[in-house]
Design a protein. Sequence first.
Length: 456
Amino acid sequence: MRIRLPEMAISEEDPFAGDCLERKDFAEALTSLVQAVDGGGVLTIEGEWGSGKTTFLRMWRETLIKEGFRTIYFSAWETDHSDAPLVSLLGEFESQIMPEGEGSGWKTRLYSAGEQLLKRGLPLAARAAAGGIISIDTAAEKALSESTESLTQKCVNQYSQEKTAIVSFREALESLSNQSDKPIVVLVDELDRCRPTYAVEMLERIKHLFGVNGVVFLLAIDREQLGHSIRSIYGSGMNPDGYLRRFIDLPCKLPDPDVKAFTKNIIVRFDLHSEIRLKSDYEFRSGHAGETESVLNIYFCAYKPALRIMEQIVGELAVIFATTKVNQGIVPIATSTLLFLRYLDRSLYHRFLSRKITAGTLISELRRDDTFAGILDGRHGQLIEIWLRAITYTGDSTSYDDLEEILKGDPDNERAKQMVGRLKDITFHLDYDTLEYLRKKLSFSEALIVRDDEEK
């Protein structure tokens, strides 16, 4: 039983072999773009949290390596415990592309210039403009207590030394990039998850220190989340897009995925169809697996949740079925709908599970959402409504009283007649409190699985 899918294995021979999101064409276009860049630059691939940016970067990196590019993969979030992004970046340059045993020439100059920049940090004026967010070192604090003339001279001298160090650093870096006719490609992932101070300083270091010919940075970001970090540093009045334009030369949007292909892929990887065939209610097992996949596709295509949310919903459904006894029937369409309802409207979900509202009321509430109303009026809508009603049957409640009321006023209502007929057939076979059983299962799976959105 899988409760979380393992990290996807990336083939060196065919990196996009497992690409169910159909992003290979985008990767090929991006490779051509990077190769054609005259000089250096900073690009982005942008997508919401959970849209598959990290997997795409891993696949694309293998493609670049195969084509002879020197590449660096840098997870900013894993290094934001450091106070100096420059140290983190230099460490990745050394470990991923610098030849072993190289101890002179451009490498010595690069490290020497980097050391000077680390010792001195940012100019005093820049640190003052940062509103105290970037700390002033001990030497600067002492200088502040000296005379105005002495302090001014120290600032001028420090500025001159830092300017020289930046020039030396960039020259050394360009010397490294010139060793090949292909640019060095630095892939920076999860910058938007970092501490705001670290994320902003990383952007500034990339632009001011690493912006040289032959070095291309590609940042995988969620622009909205990174915007929150920028505002937390510079105030709510700051325009994040305007700020980012100072650093980003070309923004690119990660293509939207093929939702149906992705859903099919994760269902297969969780082996959900086998579990459904084995554990769903025996009287209605035929067709449940395919219908469940169709219903999930309908929800995912209509609401377009993040890929990780889709994976979590399918994963939790797999846990519920894997922990269900073979002789204890369970209804996958209703269970899938309830899992999606928890994502869509947690309050409505809990009100229904605690029997504070009836199935009829739930359906009415769902119809207030135009998107869900369209689902209920669509091809699988009647099936979804039937199973939501069926699971509330307890023996003393038919779960379709409101439908019979409709038929009293409109005896020719075909939809109501069909549902009542099907519900009578289904509830005849239900000999346990299905809703209570599902409530316990859903509570168990929710407690068992820590979702990424909660971790973040």
